[in-house]
Design a protein around this ligand. Structure first.
Ligand SMILES: [Cu+2]
Length: 179
């Protein structure tokens, strides 16, 4: 008797697997039109990327936006490059000894939680363009690439905006030679 029960259970399992397979196949067919996007689907996206316009002699400026992790694993951003300078850093805000928030390089990079968001904004985490020689006019686009730990990257363009803020003090060498 016990043996019969086992066989029935095994048969039910096989049917469930078959149903699963069929379902997946049908889904593939239904989404065939967008399959091309599937191969290049980005694990990380950025919404509303922008960069603070920079005047002659600014030497530094910040870039911002909202990062969204579309995967089920944390994404660790360990570096950034920008098209208009050799040196771009991942910055965070920390408190200096006197309790004043200052920006500094995020030594461990940025971790975008699985399925979550990570905001880059003035006064918070941001991308910092250092040793900047170029003038960045409002409306101009600057290309960025974020590099992930273990490979992978996100490339995007940020539009320059006139912005009066984001003038946080910097704890470190800004490369301008003025300090
Ligand atoms: Cu900064």
């Amino acid at each position: 008797m016990r043996r019969v029960v086992w066989m029935v259970a095994a048969l039910a399992g096989a049917l469930a697997l078959a149903a699963c397979g069929g379902g997946a196949g049908a889904a593939d067919g239904a989404t065939g039109a967008t399959e091309g996007d599937g191969g290049t689907a980005k694990p990380l996206t950025i919404t509303d990327p922008w960069i603070k316009a920079a005047e002659e002699g600014a030497h530094m400026t910040g870039a911002f936006g909202r990062l969204t992790n579309l995967t089920t694993e944390d994404i660790h951003v360990i570096g950034a490059t920008a098209s208009i300078t050799e040196r771009t850093e991942l910055h965070e805000m920390v408190s200096n000894g006197a309790g004043t928030p200052v920006m500094t390089e995020a030594e461990d990079g940025f971790v975008i939680p699985a399925g979550g968001e990570f905001v880059l904004e003035p006064g918070g985490n941001h991308l910092m363009l250092m040793e900047l020689d170029a003038v960045i006019e409002p409306g101009e686009f600057v290309e960025f690439t974020l590099e992930f730990d273990g490979g992978g990257s996100l490339t995007f363009e940020a539009e320059a905006r006139t912005y009066a803020g984001a003038n946080e003090d910097y704890e470190g060498d800004d490369g301008s030679g003025e300090h």
